[in-house]
Design a protein around this ligand. Structure first.
Ligand code: FES
Ligand code: FES
Length: 182
């Protein structure tokens, strides 16, 4: 990356600008270069993984403008002006995201190749359905393949993460009561 915050510096190519994990980024790369490769090679965000490279496995999933996309199928030109979230954008201030904690504690990851994509698919699901049923979890992750876990622990991890966030609002009445008791 150069002093202007540009990642790709080849002046032959027009600048393409977008936001990744809340940060404005500019790349000068061939417009048809895959978003997956721009993330990994030009922005050094190697959390996003390549599995099939053909839109079949979901390993390369990222969130773009609040949609889950296979970054291996997205020419970077399509990302112009977009808001993108990758797996690197899940943790906040050094704290793992509840989904990451849940995968860690429930055996949701083994070799790890599918894990970033699974996490992003799960993040997309929970953003729109914070308390998903098992069927909704299965459907939300249907585009993501895992060769290791047999899926059950992944589904359990997502359910656990949803349960963790469900428990947070339950604390509010206690806080309210404490406040009134003063
Ligand atoms: S690597 Fe993109 S869907 Fe498999
Ligand atoms: S943990 Fe290995 S492919 Fe899912």
């Amino acid at each position: 990356m150069n002093a202007n915050g540009k990642a790709g510096t080849d002046a032959r190519w027009p600048a393409i600008r977008f936001t990744v994990n809340g940060e404005s980024r500019t790349v000068n790369v061939p417009p048809m270069k895959r978003l997956l490769d721009v993330l990994r090679e030009d922005l050094h965000l190697t959390g996003t993984k390549e599995g099939c490279g053909e839109g079949e496995c979901g390993s390369c999933s990222v969130r773009m403008n609040d949609e889950l996309v296979n970054s291996c199928l997205v020419p970077v030109l399509q990302a112009e002006g977009a808001e993108i979230q990758t797996v690197e954008g899940l943790a906040l201030d050094g704290e793992l995201h509840p989904l990451q904690e849940a995968f860690l504690h429930n055996g949701g990851a083994q070799c790890g190749i599918c894990t970033p994509g699974m996490l992003m698919a799960a993040a997309q699901l929970l953003a729109h359905s914070p308390h998903p049923s098992e069927a909704e979890i299965r459907e939300g992750l249907a585009g993501n393949l895992c060769r290791c876990t047999g899926f059950v622990r992944i589904f359990e991890s997502v359910a656990a993460a949803a349960g963790a966030s469900q428990s947070e609002p339950a604390k509010e009445p206690e806080l309210e009561q404490t406040h009134h008791a003063r």
